[in-house]
Design a protein. Structure first.
Length: 469
């Protein structure tokens, strides 16, 4: 009954706009329409997304619609393939949204809900088996996360390196700098797991070893080349595997031989812990590896309070059974006094706008600025009435902005307007060639546009209700 109601609404939505729409599978549809129709749907922000979502709510279930559109008009077959790719991009970003492929790039609509957790483990098993085969075929495996590595990036890399080494293959973690957010775990690695520490190398060592057709890159906690620890390595290696939990962006790597991007997951460490079950049937992970991945889950879920699903706890349970000690994991997050003071000052100097968004600046420059900004943004959410927070700070030649949300406001959609991305509740961006004040103004403008889009969509929905009554 619910599916029939959804189908009727989809058919009605497109046909009343002079589009031709047909169902070609149980849950798949294809529509053909002109630019006038597209413009109408864009102006109303694709109200069909809200209509379908509301049907789910009324029936105590979660139903979302994902749409991919191509308006390049080069040829019908090419437009069809581009629209299918746009649907994949919409699903990779968590679903419940529309992706329009234009000649200039992509436009996104919707995406204001959390990605729904997937209970089926079939894909994890397929990815695990496929990854094991790729590792067996490779001469060297380079594992790397993003620049300014965080606990999830390094934790998932440690777990993956352990699996590679147990397959008796040459595996390495590519890491150029130990920043404050991973300082404690790297010190623990040197002391408690020297057999792992000796395989942590820098970019130059990786470049010297790389063999174009024989090496393999496993990129974790990131799917954009320019954010990788060493972007040059991608020009020297043909095969790339991507494992990430961030919503897929339109500038992600396109030629990966294997891609596992699941925005429902709490962290990349959760995904890696699942994959290891199928890569390593005996699951002989060491205590240190288990604690590293547990730390990755803890930091990205903020101690299991955000983006936490059943599979998150199942992954944590697996790691706990393999020796992960919560007390020891907690020590990875110890901070020095200067960091605590800097974070407290950021929170103290924050401004509140629109009665629900906290914005603060971290002045000065330092290696730990990005970490402090992210942690301060988390702390600002603890203030009564604050539903979202942003912290700006200097980092090298750009202004870094960390965004956090309690779930009602999409910081991802706001920071995407400034070239960033992430999740509905956690996102970031880098703004180049601007001063702190200029970046601050750009952020305010992005927030204004976000609210204007919401207001416009609400007004459109009200008009549709009036017309239909």
């Amino acid at each position: 009954v619910i599916i029939a109601e959804v189908e009727n609404k989809i058919m009605e939505y497109f046909t009343t706009r002079n589009a031709v729409v047909r169902r070609y599978d149980d849950d798949k549809y294809i529509a053909v329409f002109n630019q006038v129709c597209l413009k109408s749907m864009v102006n109303e922000r694709f109200s069909i997304l809200d209509i379908v979502r509301e049907i789910g709510k009324q029936n105590d279930s979660t139903i979302t619609l994902s749409i991919g559109i191509s308006e390049t008009l080069d040829s019908i077959p090419e437009s069809y393939e581009e629209s299918r790719a746009a649907v994949d991009l919409a699903l990779g970003r968590g679903g419940d949204q529309v992706v329009v492929r234009t000649k200039e790039g992509h436009e996104f609509f919707g995406g204001r809900t959390q990605a729904r957790e997937k209970r089926n483990r079939v894909r994890a098993r397929v990815i695990g088996n496929s990854l094991a085969n790729l590792i067996e075929e490779a001469s060297e495996i380079f594992i790397m996360g993003h620049k300014n590595a965080d606990m999830d990036s390094i934790g998932s890399a440690i777990g993956m390196l352990g699996a590679v080494r147990r397959m008796e293959k040459e595996g390495f973690i590519v890491l150029n700098e130990v920043n404050p957010s991973i300082k404690m775990i790297m010190e623990a690695m040197k002391k408690d797991a020297p057999e792992i520490h000796e395989f942590v190398i820098d970019s130059e060592e990786a470049i010297d070893m790389a063999q174009k057709s024989k090496s393999l890159i496993i990129m974790l906690d990131n799917h954009k080349i320019y954010l990788a620890e060493e972007p040059r390595l991608f020009n020297m290696v043909d095969k790339v595997v991507v494992i990430d939990h961030h919503r897929r962006g339109n500038d992600g790597i396109e030629n990966a031989v294997l891609s596992y991007i699941e925005s429902y997951a709490s962290s990349t460490s959760e995904l890696v812990a699942e994959i290891l079950e199928y890569m390593d049937p005996d699951m002989n992970i060491t205590t240190f590896e288990a604690e590293a991945m547990m730390a990755g889950i803890v930091v990205d879920t903020k101690n299991f309070t955000f983006q936490t699903g059943v599979r998150t706890f199942e992954a944590a349970s697996i790691l706990r059974r393999h020796g992960a000690n919560p007390a020891k994991v907690n020590k990875f997050f110890y901070e020095d006094l200067d960091t605590v003071r800097s974070k407290a000052k950021v929170v103290h100097d924050a401004d509140i706008i629109r009665n629900e968004i906290a914005i603060a600046k971290l002045d000065g420059e330092g290696n730990s600025n990005v970490l402090i900004a992210a942690q301060a943004a988390d702390s600002l959410l603890n203030i009564v009435g604050v539903n979202a927070s942003f912290v700006l700070t200097h980092n090298e030649d750009y202004i870094h902005i960390s965004g956090r949300s309690a779930g009602e406001i999409s910081v991802q959609l706001i920071l995407e307007k400034l070239g960033g991305g992430g999740h509905l509740v956690s996102a970031a961006t880098q703004v180049y060639k601007v001063t702190m004040e200029e970046a601050y103004e750009k952020l305010l403008h992005a927030i204004d546009i976000y609210y204007e889009e919401i207001e416009k969509k609400e007004n459109t929905n009200e008009d549709n209700i009036i017309e239909g009554s």
